[in-house]
Write a protein that binds this ligand. Structure first.
Ligand code: AHN
Ligand code: ZN
Length: 325
C-alpha cells in the first residue's frame, strides 16, 4: 500500500511538472510578433507631412485630423474623436482634437501608446531669425511618432495582441510660448491636448498598466536616453523597453543611461491620470537644445527622417506590447 502511494505521488508530481513545462512552451509559441514595416511607417509619416504644417486652426490641420481618424478606423480600431476648444498662452482659442483608437476595447488590461500629431506654429529655434515665425513641418516632431503608431495599428488590426491597446494622437502639444514671448510663460502652455484628456479621459476613470510616449522617433542615428521623469514615475517600464530594444539589436539607439528631464505629454498622464508613463524622445547631449539639430526649425523635414530609426522604435514597441499578458 505504501509503495503504491509513493508511486502515485511520483506520477502526479511528474505529470504536474510536465504540465507546467508544456504550458510554458505553449505560451512561448503562441507569441508570434508581427513584423514592423519601416517602409509603411515612413509612408505614414510622409502622408502627414504632405498635408503641410498641421498647425491648429488651419485647413491642413483639419484635413490631417480627418485622415488620421479615418485611417485608424479603417485599420480596425474603435475610434473616438475628442474635440475641445483650448486656450493657448496668448489667449488664442485652439480648435483641438485628440484622436483615440482602441484595440480590444473590452479587455481590462490596457497599454497606452501616444504621440502628438500637431505641428509647431513657429520655428523659434531656427538659426536664421527670418525663419523664426514660419511654421515647423514637423516630420520628426509630430509625424514620426504617429507614423510608427499607425504602422503598429495596421499590424494590431490584423492580429490582435493579448492585452487591450489604446493609441492616442494628442493635439496642441506644440503651441507652447515661443522664445520671443515676453509675457507670463508657464510650462503648462505645452501639451494642452494631453492636459485636457488627462482631466477628461475618453472613458470615465480610464487607466492603463503603463503608457509610452513617442516623441521625435525618426531622426538619423537618434539616441534615446532614460528621461528623468520617466525613470521617476515608471523606471521599470523604461528598463523593460530599453532591455527589449537591446535584445533586439537596437542598443545603439536606446542608450541605457540617464538623460535630461523633459516637460512633455507623459508628465500629465503620470500626474493627472496616475498611469506610469515614459517618454521615448531623441536626446542629443551634444546639441544646444538637447534635442536633434532640426528641433523647432524649418529643417524638421522628411530628409531628416530615417527608416532605420522608425524600425528600431516600432519593432521594440511591437515586442513590448505582444509580450504583455
Ligand atoms: C519643452 O520644450 C519644454 N519640452 C519639449 C516638449 C516638446 C516639444 N516635444 C516636442 N516638441
Ligand atoms: Zn516640438
Amino acid at each position: 500500500m505504501r509503495k503504491i502511494l509513493i508511486f502515485l505521488l511520483t506520477v502526479l508530481q511528474l505529470s504536474a511538472c510536465n504540465n507546467t513545462t508544456r504550458s510554458t512552451q505553449k505560451e512561448e509559441k503562441t507569441v508570434t510578433i508581427p513584423e514592423f514595416s519601416q517602409d509603411s511607417a515612413y509612408k505614414y509619416t510622409q502622408k502627414q507631412v504632405d498635408f503641410g504644417p498641421r498647425v491648429p486652426n488651419t485647413a491642413a490641420h483639419d484635413a490631417c485630423a480627418a485622415y488620421l481618424s479615418a485611417e485608424l478606423k479603417r485599420l480596425g480600431a474603435e475610434v473616438i474623436e475628442q474635440k475641445a476648444d483650448l486656450t493657448a498662452f496668448d489667449g488664442t482659442v485652439l480648435k483641438s482634437m485628440n484622436i483615440i483608437g482602441s484595440f480590444n476595447p473590452k479587455a481590462e488590461t490596457r497599454i497606452l501608446l501616444f504621440s502628438h500629431w500637431d505641428s509647431r506654429p513657429w520655428a523659434d529655434h531656427d538659426p536664421k531669425p527670418a525663419n523664426r515665425k514660419k511654421p515647423v513641418m514637423a516630420a520628426n516632431d509630430g509625424a514620426s511618432g504617429v507614423g510608427v503608431l499607425l504602422e503598429m495599428a495596421r499590424l494590431m488590426g490584423k492580429n490582435l495582441p493579448t492585452v487591450g491597446v489604446d493609441i492616442i494622437f494628442f493635439d496642441t502639444e506644440d503651441y507652447g510660448a515661443p522664445e520671443s514671448f515676453s509675457g507670463q510663460n508657464t510650462e503648462d502652455s505645452w501639451c494642452l491636448g494631453t492636459q485636457y484628456w488627462a482631466k477628461n479621459p475618453h472613458v470615465a476613470g480610464y487607466t492603463a498598466r503603463f503608457g509610452i510616449l513617442l516623441d521625435m522617433v525618426g531622426g538619423k542615428q537618434a539616441t534615446f536616453y532614460r528621461e528623468q521623469a520617466s525613470d521617476n514615475y515608471a523606471g521599470s517600464v523604461v528598463s523593460n523597453v530599453w532591455s527589449q530594444a537591446k535584445g533586439l539589436g537596437f542598443g545603439q539607439y536606446f542608450i541605457d543611461q540617464k538623460g535630461g528631464a523633459i516637460t512633455d505629454d507623459h508628465i500629465y498622464v503620470n500626474q493627472l491620470r496616475g498611469i506610469p508613463s515614459i517618454d521615448i524622445i531623441q536626446y542629443d547631449p551634444n546639441s544646444r537644445s538637447g534635442f536633434g539639430f532640426y528641433w523647432h526649425t524649418t529643417q524638421d523635414v522628411m530628409a531628416n527622417v530615417d527608416k532605420n530609426t522608425l524600425k528600431a522604435v516600432g519593432t521594440t514597441l511591437m515586442h513590448v506590447v505582444y509580450n504583455e499578458k
